[in-house]
Design a protein around this ligand. Sequence first.
Ligand SMILES: [Zn+2]
Length: 290
Amino acid sequence: MSATRVIGVDLGGTKVLAGVVDADGKVHQTVERPTVTTSQQALLDELAETVQELPRDGVVAVGFGIPSRIDHVRGLALGAVNIPIRDVPFATEMERRLGLRVEMENDASCAAYAEFKLGAGRGTRDLLVLTLGTGVGGGVVSSGRLFRAYTELGHMVIVEDGEPCQGACSGRGHVEAYCSGTAAGKLAKRLLGPDADAHTLVEQDHPALSEIGHHLGVAIGSLVNVFGSTRVVIGGGFGIAAFDRLVPAARTAVLREALAPSGQTLEIVRAELGGEAGLVGAGLIALEGS
Ligand SMILES: [Zn+2]
């Protein structure tokens, strides 16, 4: 086994999770800190300090998964909803602080790549990953390669002029407004009262989950028509908890929306890697130096 190691970092809205990742994608040591959101400068400094808490033996690069659209041509992190990142040459800034090669990618793409290489996406060439949590994130692997574009799959329109989207997004009818845990929580309150949340729907096996599953299936069907995905991995806190209740309605919608025979043959499976997927994927991307 190669002694080459990297550090993978998953920058989330509330916490930073960093760990040493070896050439097989195994995580050896992790450190977690709350995310500093006071300023961009403070956040970048904190990320560097977090990385410096980990052992550097054999470490050749650092990979960051960040909740931002990435401009790979100009090397910019363009902007995030909940953290102070905007038009910043993120990799250059971090290389200056750390003295190591730095790679960056959207956090959901990192998680998708980890599932592709080591988790529920193994053995496919055309994979779609959708994480249903606070928001909806996603990643695409096409012909065996991570599709390194915005891939903001949660902001795809599935209902024209539909429900307003979340956070800083001005759109309407986006996947996130219907299929996120946050959207499910809002729906639960509307149907069951102020004490209910997304988990109440799951506990009660509530029929509203079929509606959410239908929206999810419409989104998946459209994405399959674009990317020719043969498997979709569903992750995220809400996605995992509600998986069995979402999939039957999702499958029916996929059968209608996806062009034959993709709908019939598409596999819909649970994510396998859990909370470390983003960190591992960021590490894998750093290892490959792509
Ligand atoms: Zn949106």
